[in-house]
Design a protein around this ligand. Structure first.
Ligand code: 16G
Length: 238
């Protein structure tokens, strides 16, 4: 067997298992044994093991000594395209939602003021939400807007998607964003809101979003559970 044939067999096993995960198996459900997979796919067990090793490294499955291989809890793989939380969830066939929505007018402060080209004392409308996918808390989000650009938003969001509301009520369309991603551990309040143990790892994403004329629209800080989110980059040589 050539090495190309070996590679394609192992790819085939991997695709087969990925399909089983996306098309039917639930998180923490057990996969067929290595022996069963080898028989079904007519490959040797070593090939199956290699494919499962890859999937384990990527976090799609986990193994438990003596018990077998199981499907990991779903991770939302986020690409670097400008999408809304609702779009991210729908792309994963998950139902987007929000909990504990708080909307208020506050002074911008240094960071938000700088991002939105405002003075720290100017008013912003700040929207704080716990974002959910299939009712599971995934992200804690605080989004701020110059108060003058979103009259009436302080009374609440219409619908669940802020980006849809911004577009339909205020004609604000996000076309580009600058993002910074930080690794953090959740403090107790963040962990409680995200229904996860304190000091769990998370991503803090700071995002300034611009309209087509490069005017800043939104400054947002989003905290994503590390066990539920991953970032995917496609890179090439310059
Ligand atoms: C994303 C954005 C956030 C935006 C939200 C709108 C990042 C890091 N953040 O979570 O800035 O406010 O989407 O989502 O991507 P919505 O339209 O579902 O409310």
């Amino acid at each position: 067997m050539t090495s190309a044939e070996a590679a394609s067999k192992h790819e085939r096993v991997r695709m087969h298992v990925e399909q089983m995960i996306t098309q039917g198996l639930s998180p923490h459900e057990k996969l067929p044994t290595e022996r069963d997979l080898a028989e079904t796919l007519e490959v040797n067990r070593q090939t199956v093991r290699r494919a499962l090793d890859d999937l384990e490294r990527e976090g799609a499955v986990y193994r438990m000594q003596g018990a077998g291989t199981f499907v990991s809890a779903a991770r939302i793989s986020k690409s670097f395209e400008l999408t809304s939380f609702s779009e991210d969830m729908r792309a994963r066939n998950m139902r987007p939602g929000s909990k504990s929505v708080e909307v208020g007018v506050e002074a911008a402060g240094q960071t938000t003021g700088y991002a939105l080209n405002l003075s720290p004392r100017d008013d912003v409308v700040r929207v704080r939400r716990v974002r959910t996918g299939d009712d599971i808390p995934i992200c804690l989000e605080a989004s701020s807007f110059a108060a003058g650009s979103v009259p009436g938003l302080e009374d609440g969001i219409i619908g669940d998607s802020l980006y849809d509301d911004l577009r339909s009520r205020f004609g604000l369309v996000a076309v580009r964003a600058d993002q910074e991603i930080h690794a953090i551990v959740l403090d107790e309040a963040q962990a409680a809101a995200l229904d996860t143990p304190p000091f769990s790892p998370a991503f803090l994403v700071k995002r300034t979003t611009y309209d087509a004329r490069s005017r800043p629209i939104e400054y947002a800080e989003s905290v994503y559970r590390g066990d539920r989110y991953s970032y995917q980059l496609s890179i090439s040589r310059p």
